[in-house]
Design a protein around this ligand. Structure first.
Ligand SMILES: [Zn+2]
Ligand SMILES: [Zn+2]
Length: 76
């Protein structure tokens, strides 16, 4: 049986400058929970498309995940 399934891409949280945010942030505001963490605040989400290598970035997580699911179709 052959199932064509795109590998689930990991969606990262990113800062305004595009760097990965691994800090504890408030889910709604994106503001850092710990002011001493050096976090500038989470402003968006980014994912690396496993199909074409393109990076998709948006301030809404759902947009990134839908772009990966629907807008990005690869018949590799
Ligand atoms: Zn951060
Ligand atoms: Zn792609």
């Amino acid at each position: 049986m052959t199932t064509t399934r795109t590998k689930a891409a990991r969606i990262r949280r990113v800062h305004a400058d595009g760097t990965t945010c691994d800090h504890q942030v408030h889910p709604r505001t994106g503001q850092p929970k710990d002011p001493s963490s050096g976090c500038t605040g989470r402003t968006g989400y980014s994912a690396h498309c496993p199909g074409c290598g393109q990076t998709i970035t948006h301030d809404l997580r759902v947009v990134v995940s839908e772009a990966l699911k629907y807008r990005h179709h690869h018949n590799a």
